[in-house]
Design a binder for this molecule. Structure first.
Ligand code: PXP
Length: 245
């Protein structure tokens, strides 16, 4: 079955609403791991709207599964990643005015900068993943840079699902996933995935890991975090049975 990475940024968003100590994303990470999550995802944004530097430092020491740090290409953020050395860094585009990561990284356009930053991260034994749209040109560009892990942006699929019209976007993701796998790449996906739209994505052959935040943390408000993570894991494993695993 595809692995589940839980993005805990929204726990920190709630804490930052008061700028006090609760709820603590460190505790959230522990609960997610105990519930069976395969990795913990956190995004240190340039404006520190949710995760703080202290969170990143402690998470690295406490996470027992795998720490996947989402980050932009800004030099001070790259310095933090190189100092902390999470197991994985996922490079995302970051817009100051966006509410969440709206699009995929333009690997073709930022090739030079990416080459330098990916080299720095890899020198620190950090696996690099690029968050990109389901577009073969972007995948080829990532592959040319020596990148072997990508995360496909599922935001367009999630938006289409709201209009009950997800089939086209699903096909695109599935085709592009097969293309990247043929190039020998590991394919993950995430953004906007929830309890009602995740299964078709989880059934895609070769999909390695799904990174999910908002829907799990939202459900946790009502059911508790452990139950919310377990419920999502249940959906992933039943999808895998359906794909014949
Ligand atoms: N993957 C990446 C690279 C992201 O930037 C995000 C959003 O922070 C997610 C996954 C999780 O998205 P969502 O919160 O919509 O589940």
């Amino acid at each position: 079955m595809p692995k589940l990475g839980v993005n805990i940024d929204h726990v920190a968003t709630l804490r930052q609403a008061r700028r006090e100590q609760d709820p603590d994303p460190i505790l959230a990470a522990c609960i997610c791991e105990q519930a069976g999550a395969h990795s913990i995802v956190a995004h240190v944004r340039e404006d520190r709207r949710h995760m703080q530097d202290r969170d990143i430092l402690i998470l690295h020491k406490t996470i027992k599964t795998r720490f996947n740090l989402e980050m932009s290409l800004r030099p001070d953020i790259v310095d933090i990643a190189c100092a902390v050395k999470p197991q994985q860094a996922t490079i995302v585009p970051e817009g100051r005015l966006e509410i969440t990561t709206e699009g995929g990284l333009d690997v073709v356009r930022h090739r030079g900068r990416l080459k330098k930053v990916c080299g720095q991260l890899q020198k620190n034994a950090i696996t690099v993943s690029l968050f990109i749209a389901a577009d073969t040109k972007q995948i080829e560009a990532a592959h040319d840079l020596g990148i072997r892990v990508i995360e496909l942006h599922t935001g367009a699929y999630a938006r289409a699902c709201v209009k009950r019209d997800g089939a086209g976007e699903l096909k695109k993701i599935s085709t592009v996933c097969a293309f990247a796998r043929k190039l020998g790449m590991t394919v993950n996906a995430g953004h906007g995935l929830n309890y009602s739209n995740v299964r078709p994505i989880a059934r895609i052959e070769g999909m390695e890991e799904l990174n999910i935040g908002h829907s799990i943390i939202s459900r946790a408000v009502f059911t508790g975090l452990e139950a919310a993570v377990k419920e999502m894991l249940g959906l992933l494993s039943s999808s895998f049975v359906q794909r014949g695993g």
